[in-house]
Design a protein. Sequence first.
Length: 323
Amino acid sequence: MFPQNWIEVEVAAKHLITPDIAFLELRNTRENPLPMFTAGSHIDVEIAPGLVRQYSLIDGPGDPAHYRIAVLRQQASRGGSAAIHERIRPGDRLRISVPRNNFALAHGARRSVLYAGGIGITPILCMAERLVQMNASFDFHYFARTRTHAAFLSYIEAGRIAERAHIHFTREEGGRRFDPGRDVPAFEPGSHLYVCGPAAFIQVVLDGAKLAGWPEECLHRELFTAPDVSQNAKSESFRVRIASTGLTLEVPPDRTVAQVLIEAGIDLPLSCEQGVCGTCLTRVIDGVPDHRDVFLTEEEHRRNDQFTPCCSRARTPLLVLDL
Ligand code: FES
């Protein structure tokens, strides 16, 4: 099941900006402008029936004429990035969702520190642009394998964010990897840290931040692909109860809660189905979820009052859901 408000767009332009990153410009097939969005927003893109992926919007907020996204060709593609690279052509029509933002800039931050690893540059670039517009205090770290693999490099080096940008090439001679002692400042009240990139990169930045005294509530991350925890985690059957009707359903080890709910006719919005986007977030009234998502923060996991039924399970024999 997909978001209600699909927008039909046409691929106005598509080209490679690095050997493995495709840039796409999408425009509304109607004359209407596209909805406004805030820095850090993403859209769902329906690449083919049943194949939906999330991509960050690149431009600074407020460009209603086009949306621009960049898509890394994943080595272990589950179908989405390969299809975009191989099959999508200028002139093709796609459906997209309205923008959503799970990675918004904190209001009133005294200082922001941004980290982009590889394709994680897409939301971070938009946020850096916004911080420049706001004349806000920030630093921006961009880690890429080589100059050739760094998307938007000439734009960054020549643009308004150049003087705040620290660019690191990890695989070039003399290149430098992320070093928490060098790259993460000690926490100061009012500061916020944002990181986007591969799961391992995000983890190492967050670990470094915690060592430097950053509290969880000031750490913000955006993942587009979940680390593969679900296959290693043991799965057992349990039951879920729909609070509004009392309907109780068995979730066997090889099915997700979302699959069981949808088969039973429950209207549950789904998108990434990996615990990344938060679309399926559901309130838990009783029982303890076994959280397997990367969308909620550690603090939100500890509260156990909501979970992502597309991938998370139960630690107790029964979960009562606010549905
Ligand atoms: Fe994306 Fe569940 S559908 S978190």
